[in-house]
Design a protein around this ligand. Structure first.
Ligand code: BES
Ligand code: ZN
Length: 615
């Protein structure tokens, strides 16, 4: 066996899936999908073929239905033991020259990609389900070659109750009545065609890595933003109006992206605002970015997250990391591209401030991984490691630093030209870091003599030519934060033009060896614990926990029960669990036991491992 990816059972010596025709019957009562997948291979194959699965029940495997031959059963077996990181290999014994095959299967209610919300848990009072497949969760939805090296096109039928609508990261073809020939054995005809069910049909004609497969279904409405942009949300008119206001600038942002990186290749750029349990800030699903509702703050600050996910339309979705060891190719390039977009739409100072915040975060990561320096590398070894466990700012910010270093070396005009050429050259391909380096050296002759490429990619820590970004706002805030130690609280005048990002940076820079009374005094003045901006609120609550202000525990509990974004769960749970006091540890455990039902499975796993680690 020749594995192509440490996170997949895919055998590099075999062909891979090129197209999947998927039919899903969504059973909300059982939190289960009954499904079929008609898979076409990149080349005909004979003998064993390995696919990735996680917690799937596989019911049947047959040769593809053909007009001239009855489908023949294909022997298949699921490995006896599930690997905690990889899941369970599905081995098919394909008859000679098999080009395509049909699988029927069901997902588990515990499928790691899926969150099923019951009516009492949603804003509309209707059930809701959504998927989050990055990094390695697509395999919990359908058997696949779950490596970004294997790109697929797909069609998708979602059979849902007629009160619901469905969206997917694909072109919407039709909303129509179910017919028996649709389902290819996903379930029986009576279930598929039952009264009160409808089918939403989608087509993804551009090849994408499996982690970009995505859908959601629920009481979803929408508002148009521009000719190729629309926002979707569950939660009724008020939320949709707020979202439409927050995202008015999106159409223009797409144009900015095109001017910087070349044509927008995905036709539409729609946004889906998810329920508050969505575990990320944003996820770059093509044609339909998924967003946390916490980006809607009424002050246009959600723009940064949207700029980031939009930037992935070029870096990540057009050119994709070949494996998770090359993750920086996705996130480092995207962080760089995001800041270029922000620079145009919000100005140079805002972009520099974001770079400054990123620099702080990067330096914190060097501290977090000081006993595990492998994860300070741009290209770490990941065999046996769950990507969710080592998710950090390193690929984002060290990747940004590396590209910025090259930009400084060759100048912006040359770097811009290089970027456009890189994107045009590798679009719709999955590449590794070495391929990028070869392309860089070929197109920027002599670069290896100016920048220590090997040190940047394979070295631990930060290279000597990494650079702290210069931002006047950033500097001012750092000075103010240092003054807090001697009791100074910034004046109204000093904070007059602060948005959430300035407050976040200020709070994260405050020393934690201060009196609790100082922290409460700060809050009395600026009401940070009540901020509508979760970045600010969480940064404040974390400071409160670390400085022993127990009067905020109610607020911490409310926060952990309202929002399931991991960026907030991580600091709050880990600062509670790391406290020396028993009260904090007990509180963390109680809140988790009461809130876990509300979390997405990925977030639940991450919170659980924080609590386990700190006992
Ligand atoms: N692709 C990531 C989210 C992700 C990464 C999901 C790894 C699963 C595994 C997305 O583009 C992202 O980086 N989101 C950030 C946005 C921020 C950097 C503006 C987030 O969710 O915080
Ligand atoms: Zn990203």
């Amino acid at each position: 066996m020749a594995p192509v990816d440490p996170h997949s059972y895919t055998d590099g010596a075999h062909p891979v899936s090129a197209h999947a025709a998927l039919a899903f019957y969504l059973d909300f009562a059982a939190s289960t999908i009954h499904a079929s997948a008609l898979v076409t291979l990149s080349a005909p194959h004979t003998g064993d073929l390995l696919l990735d699965t996680r917690a799937l029940a596989v019911h049947s495997a047959t040769t593809a239905p053909a007009p001239d031959a009855a489908p023949a059963p294909i022997p298949f077996s699921l490995a006896a033991d599930a690997d905690p990181v990889l899941g369970t290999a599905l081995t098919l014994a394909l008859p000679p020259d098999t080009a395509s095959f049909l699988l029927t299967f069901s997902t588990s209610p515990a499928a790691s990609a899926l969150q099923w919300l019951a009516p009492p848990q949603t804003a509309s009072g209707l059930p809701f389900v959504f998927s989050q497949c990055q990094s390695i969760h697509a395999r919990s939805v359908f058997p696949c070659h779950d490596t970004p090296a294997a790109r697929i096109t797909y069609s998708l039928l979602l059979n849902v109750p007629a009160q619901l609508s469905a969206v997917a990261a694909a072109r919407h073809v039709a909303r129509r009545d179910p017919v028996p020939s649709d389902h290819r054995g996903a379930c029986d005809d009576a279930l598929w065609c039952a009264p009160g069910r409808i089918v939403e049909e989608f087509e993804m004609a551009q090849c994408v890595p499996p982690y970009l497969f995505a859908f959601a279904a629920g009481g979803i409405g929408s508002r148009d933003l521009g000719p190729r942009t629309r926002v979707y949300a569950e939660g009724g008119d008020t939320l949709l109006d707020d979202a439409a206001r927050e995202f008015v600038g999106v159409e223009d942002m797409v144009k900015v992206g095109e001017s910087l990186f070349g044509p927008y290749e995905w036709e539409r750029f729609d946004l889906l605002v998810l329920p508050p349990s969505f575990p990320y800030g944003g996820m770059e699903n093509p044609r339909m970015v998924f967003l946390t509702p916490t980006v809607i703050k009424g002050d246009a600050a959600g723009a940064q997250v949207v700029a980031h996910e939009l930037a992935h339309s070029w870096t990540g979705n057009l050119i994709t990391n070949k494996t998770n060891e090359d993750f920086w190719l996705n996130e480092g390039f995207t962080t760089y591209a995001e800041r270029r977009i922000v620079e145009v739409v919000q100005g140079e100072e805002r972009a520099a401030l974001n770079s400054g915040i990123g620099w702080r975060g990067l330096n914190r990561m060097m501290e977090r991984f000081k006993d595990n320096m492998e994860f300070t590398k741009l290209k770490p070894k990941m065999a046996g490691i769950d990507p969710d466990d080592v998710y950090s700012e390193v690929p984002y910010e060290k990747g940004f630093q590396f590209l910025w270093r090259i930009e400084r070396q060759i100048g912006r005009p040359a770097f811009d030209e290089f970027l456009k050429k890189y994107i045009a050259n590798f679009k719709f391909q999955s590449i590794d870091t070495e391929t990028f380096l070869e392309f860089l050296k070929a197109n920027v002759p002599g670069i290896e003599n100016e920048v220590d490429l090997h040190e940047w990619i394979n070295g631990t820590g930060l290279p000597p030519d990494a650079m702290e970004p210069e931002s006047a706002t950033y500097k001012k805030i750092c000075v103010l934060a240092a003054e807090f130690k001697s009791g100074k609280i910034p004046s109204e005048e000093e904070v007059a033009d602060w948005s959430g990002q300035e407050w976040e940076l200020y709070l994260e820079n405050l020393p934690t060896d201060v009196e609790a009374s100082q922290v409460t005094a700060l809050d009395e003045r600026y009401k940070l614990s009540e901020s509508r901006d979760y970045e600010v609120k969480v940064a404040f609550l974390q400071l409160a926990i670390l400085t022993g202000c127990r009067c905020y525990f109610n607020e911490v509990e409310k926060c952990l029960k309202q929002v399931g974004r991991m960026k907030y769960l991580r600091p709050l749970y880990s600062s509670l669990a790391r406290c020396s006091g028993e009260e904090e540890k007990m509180l963390a455990k109680r809140i988790f036991s009461e809130a876990q039902e509300f979390y997405h499975p990925i977030a639940r796993g991450v919170a659980e491992s924080i609590l386990l680690k700190h006992g």
